[in-house]
Design a protein around this ligand. Structure first.
Ligand code: ADP
Ligand code: ASP
Ligand code: MG
Length: 455
């Protein structure tokens, strides 16, 4: 049994949905199909919510076009015998959505829980419509089996509960194609609608695939597969026919948007292969991600992650500070921030970490509290952060063994007068990372892609 996920790029228009129908209706056996909201709709739902909460009347116009977009698809593609029933279900949801906007325009604030409910309408509606478009298909409500719980300020999935509920929901072997909305979930304690984060439909599909021990997880999107770089920045990027789970995890964590990073863990643990396929070119072979031994020492791809900052802890005696690494990591964990990379001191006087800019202020506060004694006795002179940076990653299993790769790529950037503010330590066998200014990202990617792949 396969799980197929079609992203917003694949379910945005009548034409792309016709491709989805051809792909799914021609499968040899029933599958589970996870779908996103219509392309671009989640952004639209959010901006309309902001308009309504700001007290402007524009949301009424937006609602008219949101309704029309859905009705046009229903009228063009839903099977005739289901059209009235589906129009009615969708209408009920659209009315509810309009009521939420109406409410916001009165209270003039946008509570987080209301926004979560508003964005959920995208997948709640698209999944009902797509179940009506596909042959012999039934709709499943993902909020009934994808369950989250609060962890500090975040919603995280309760994996064991979710696994159990997925197994109860989908009885194998499947008799019909099952269609479920991606991204959406419910809090297991409060029953409030939550979600898995932007781009999270991939993760829904992975949770289902892992719980049911699917044969494959197919991510259908608008490119021929995982490419050596983001094709919007590097048009000459090449298809990667095969890659390891670890390589895909690293590239996605460092900004390759093609898969939402948490997606890879559940299927990796079950050793379920992922295929990246193109809805607009379904015969193309795509990319196969498995744990087979890829040839080590090959650069697989490059990516970049914006909205990054660099924290520097500086002082003449920094290297003497007891347990500076673990204390800095703990302070970052208390701030709820990931660390993208840690840079070894170029001399003994500084220690730097690249982190997401969001939450930087809070992280600096926590670090200053943690190292208050050392700041006091001047072992550390300052702890500060620089924003508007990006992390550039070069990924491939075993690339650390490529002697001189790091210095060759650094030279490439320096020759073009591109400043490298920090580089990763030698901890990762798979990833080399540089911190650069945002303004240099495109040119750096272009130069590094050429240096690595010759195009
Ligand atoms: P979907 O709506 O199908 O989830 P996304 O927009 O989330 O699609 O992801 C697909 C997009 O990811 C592609 O259109 C491409 O522009 C972008 N992308 C970024 N990096 C890569 C890469 N290395 N390989 C392929 N696509 C990439
Ligand atoms: N619709 C959601 C988003 O745009 C989830 C997804 O597409 O994966 O982020
Ligand atoms: Mg996506």
């Amino acid at each position: 049994m396969k799980v197929l996920k079609f992203g917003g790029t694949s379910v945005g228009t009548i034409e792309s949905l016709t491709n989805v129908k051809n792909i799914v209706d021609n499968l040899d056996e029933p599958a589970i199909v996870v779908v996103s909201a219509l392309g671009g709709l989640t952004d639209r739902l959010i901006s309309t919510a902001n308009d309504a909460a700001n007290g402007t009347e524009e949301f009424r116009q937006d609602m008219i076009s949101i309704r029309k977009r859905h009705y046009d698809i229903i009228n063009a593609l839903v099977r005739k015998n289901l059209r009235d029933e589906i129009t009615q279900k969708v209408n009920t949801l659209l009315d509810e959505l309009e009521n939420r906007y109406q409410g916001l325009s009165l209270i003039k604030t946008l509570p987080e829980s209301t926004l979560a409910e508003i964005v959920s309408f995208g997948e709640r509606i698209s999944s009902i419509i797509i179940a009506g478009i596909l042959d012999n298909a039934e709709h499943h409500d993902s909020t009934e089996f994808i369950k989250t719980e609060k962890w500090f300020s975040k919603n995280i999935t309760d994996r064991s509960l979710t696994d159990r509920l997925i197994k109860d929901e989908f009885k194998l072997p499947l008799k019909k194609t099952c269609v479920a909305g991606g991204f959406i979930s419910k809090d297991k304690n409060t029953g409030e609608i939550t979600n898995l984060g932007r781009g999270g439909s991939d993760y829904t599909a992975a949770l289902i695939a892992a719980a049911l021990d699917a044969d494959t997880l197919e991510i259908w999107t608008d490119v021929d597969g995982f490419l050596t770089a983001d094709p919007r920045i590097i048009p000459s990027a090449q298809l990667i026919p095969k890659m390891s789970f670890v390589e895909s995890m690293e590239l996605c964590s460092f900004g390759a948007k093609v898969i939402y990073p948490p997606t890879i863990y559940p299927v990796f643990h079950k050793n379920i292969p992922i295929k990246i396929l193109n809805t607009f070119n379904p015969k193309a072979p795509g990319t196969l991600i498995t744990d087979f031994a890829v040839r080590k020492g090959n650069i697989r791809g490059i990516s970049s992650l914006g909205k990054s900052s660099l924290i520097r802890i500086e002082g003449p005696l920094t290297s003497n500070v007891p347990e500076i690494n673990s204390r800095a990591y703990n302070a970052m964990a208390r701030s709820g921030l990931n660390i993208y990379l840690v840079s070894p001191p170029s001399d003994t006087t500084s220690f730097s970490m690249a982190v997401p800019t969001e939450g930087l202020t809070n992280a600096l506060e926590n670090l200053r509290i943690e190292f208050a004694p050392e700041l006091d006795n001047e072992e550390i002179l300052k702890i500060d952060g620089k924003d508007s940076l990006s992390v550039l990653a070069i990924v491939g299993e075993g690339i650390r063994q490529l002697t001189g790769l790091g210095s060759r790529l650094l030279d490439t950037l320096r020759c073009a007068s591109i400043q490298v503010l920090a580089q990763s330590d030698a901890a990762s066998e798979t990833t080399l990372a540089f911190v650069i200014n945002d303004k240099d990202v495109k040119e750096s990617l272009r130069l590094i892609h050429y240096a690595c792949f010759g195009v």
